[in-house]
Each structure stands twice: as C-alpha cells, then as structure tokens.
Design a protein around this ligand. Structure first.
Ligand code: HEC
Ligand code: HEC
Length: 297
C-alpha cells in the first residue's frame, strides 16, 4: 500500500483498522463475560422468558483465533497504511522473483534454441512442447486448438498445403510479417451468369462434374481472368497467396455457394504479424513446429 501520497491517509487507515479490531475484541468479551448475566433470564410472562444461554464457548475461541491471526497478518504483510509488513512482501518483488525463476528454468534452453537450425528444433521434443504451448496461447483462437483450422477462413496448418508457401523462409515470413490476401471481387465484371459459370469450372477443377452446361463458358472466363493468379491448372501461386483451386482444401468452404461467394465478392483473409508480439526464438520454434506437422500434444 505504498501508494498513499500523504502520511495522513496512511495513519487514517491504520487508525481505523486498529480501532475496528479493538472494537471487535471489546464486543467479543462483553458478550461472553458480561457482569450483568443475572439480568438475562427475565421472565416476561408465565412461559415466555428471555434466554439465558450464552453462545457456545468454541465460538469464542474461534473468533479469538481469527482476531489473533488478523493481527499477525497485519504485522507480517502489507495492510496497515504505508507499513510494508515485517516480511517485506510485495507484488513487485514477486514479479521479479517469477522472472528470475523463468530465466533459470528456460534461459539455458532458450539460448540454445536461439541459434539452432529449424530442423534441429523440430527434432528436439522439449522445443516442440514449448512451441505447442506458444501456439495454444497465441494462435489457437483462430487456427483451432488442434491447428486444423476449420472455421471459415482460418487455414488448416497441419495438411501440408501452404497457401503462402511451405519452405522455411516462407513460413518464417508468414509468421513475422503476417499475410494479407487480395482476391478481387468479380461480381460486377462477370455478372451473375459469369460468376456461376466460372464457379462450375472451379468446382470441376477439384474433381467436380465437368459435364455442367456452364463448364465451357466457365473455362473461357477462367482463362481470361483467373489464370494470372491461380495458374492454368488451378495450382495457385504461393507468392501472392493465391490458393490451389484444384485440391480439396478450401479456406472458405467447398460448397457451390461458398465458391460463388468467394468469386462474386472477393476475399481478403488476413494473418496478423507476430514480430512485434513474439520474440525471434518463439517465432523460430513455431516455424519448426509447423514444418514438423504441428502435433498439439
Ligand atoms: C486473428 C486470427 C489469427 C491468429 C491469431 C493467427 N492467425 Fe495465422 N492466419 C490467419 C488467417 C486468416 C490466415 C489466412 C490468410 C489468408 O487468407 O491468406 C492465416 C494464415 C497463416 C499461415 C499461412 C498458412 C499457409 O497456408 O500459407 C500460417 C503459417 C499461420 N497463419 C500461422 C499462425 C501462427 C503460428 C499463429 C500464432 C502465432 C497464427 N497463425 C495466429 C489468422 C490468424
Ligand atoms: C489478383 C490475383 C487473383 C485473381 C486474378 C483471382 N484470384 Fe481467386 N484468390 C486470390 C487470392 C489471393 C485468394 C485467397 C483469398 C484469401 O486468402 O482470403 C483467392 C481465393 C479464391 C477462392 C477461394 C478459395 C478457397 O480456398 O476458399 C476462389 C474460389 C477463387 N479465388 C476463385 C477465383 C476465380 C474464379 C478467379 C477468376 C474469376 C479468381 N479467383 C481470380 C487471388 C486471385
């Protein structure tokens, strides 16, 4: 309680605290050891008499013990105004101690990890357990506790399909700088019919029916507007985060209506940058963990 600006308030709090403790002691003794016991037991009416039984004695000892404990506590710990307590305990000293404990427990391992190759980190079970913990703290809210994405727009991180590339450098870049995808909206350019046609074509790329009557028109549109980013066979382009449209991994869902919505309205998935929130060792641990398959246990 060192934050009282003036001594007056500190003394005020000390005074009030001690006064109320003294008042409680007085109350306790006056109930149990009153000289006017005989006044109790007055008969008010034939069978109506005031009870003469004092509360049980064990209450007395219990309350006395609580009062003694309070005094002991106030002597040892901060609680009386600015008085710091005989033990000198404070939240700050606790924080300093927990930081020291953390450095003692992890400092050596972190120094080792900071200079290790990602492949060495992937092979170190302690490092991978640490990475999984960092993941649960910072990433699970979006990518899921099991790192399989799932909810719309958060990619599965365990399927070895990388929208932005799966090399060490690309994954480290995704984590440090974040990613922002720019899929333009095509509704105005293509109109409802055009969107439906190219959606039919896109679904056929990943194994859907190719005999859809819109397919031929869709293929023309795709060749004209989509190839530049998604590639002739729909394989995608990791440099701009254009996903593979020919596989079965879908960021926004595999249904025809989800695919049509992606094309009509465009998509701008955004992965936050972590270099300001995590240190480089944590980022390298996470990258190694992702490359090794992101085991969450
Ligand atoms: C606020 C939600 C959010 C959080 C938190 C988040 N991400 Fe992401 N992440 C995304 C989104 C959305 C994308 C997809 C971006 C896009 O559409 O291109 C993504 C993409 C990625 C990618 C690229 C995937 C690929 O296929 O190329 C990686 C790797 C990744 N996240 C890892 C992580 C890690 C590790 C963390 C924790 C440090 C994390 N993310 C935290 C939302 C999040
Ligand atoms: C400028 C490059 C670019 C062009 C051109 C482009 N796309 Fe995309 N497309 C992207 C990017 C980047 C994403 C990823 C969006 C995200 O992560 O939020 C994407 C996502 C998609 C998706 C969602 C995939 C999923 O996994 O859910 C579909 C479907 C799609 N595009 C179809 C098309 C079609 C059809 C065309 C042509 C009419 C087209 N795109 C043109 C860049 C492009």
């Amino acid at each position: 309680m060192a934050e009282f600006a003036s001594n007056f308030w500190s003394l005020w709090v000390i005074g009030l605290t001690l006064l109320s403790l003294a008042a409680l002691v007085w109350l306790l003794f006056s109930v149990y050891f009153s000289k006017h016991k005989e006044e109790r037991g007055v008969v008010w009416d034939e069978t109506l008499r005031e009870g003469a039984h004092p509360p049980p004695m064990w209450w007395f000892w219990l309350l006395l013990a609580v009062l003694v404990f309070s005094l002991g506590y106030l002597a040892l710990f901060p609680g009386l105004g600015n008085y710091p307590g005989a033990l000198g305990w404070s939240q700050h000293s606790r924080l300093v101690k927990s930081e020291r404990d953390f450095a003692r427990a992890y400092g050596e391992a972190r120094a080792r990890w900071a200079n290790a190759e990602l492949s060495e980190l992937s092979a170190d079970p302690d490092a991978m357990r640490s990475a999984a913990r960092v993941y649960q703290n910072y990433c699970a809210a979006c990518h899921g506790r099991d790192a399989r994405g799932g909810a719309r727009m958060f990619p599965n991180l365990r399927d070895f399909e990388w929208q932005w590339g799966g090399g060490e450098a690309e994954i480290l870049h995704s984590l440090r700088e974040g990613r922002r995808a720019a899929m333009p909206a095509w509704g105005e350019v293509l109109g409802e019919e055009g969107v439906n046609a190219v959606a039919a074509y896109v679904l056929a790329l990943s194994g859907g029916a190719a005999d859809n009557p819109r397919y031929a028109r869709g293929r023309e549109i795709y060749a004209q507007f989509c190839v530049s980013c998604h590639g002739a066979a729909g394989g995608g382009n990791p440099q701009i985060g254009a996903p593979n449209l020919a596989n079965d991994a879908w960021l926004y869902g595999r249904s025809a209506s989800a695919v049509r919505a992606s094309i009509k309205e465009g998509r701008n998935g955004e992965m936050p940058a972590w270099k300001t929130r995590l240190d480089e060792t944590q980022i390298r641990l996470l990258a190694a963990w992702l490359l090794s398959g992101a085991e969450t246990k």
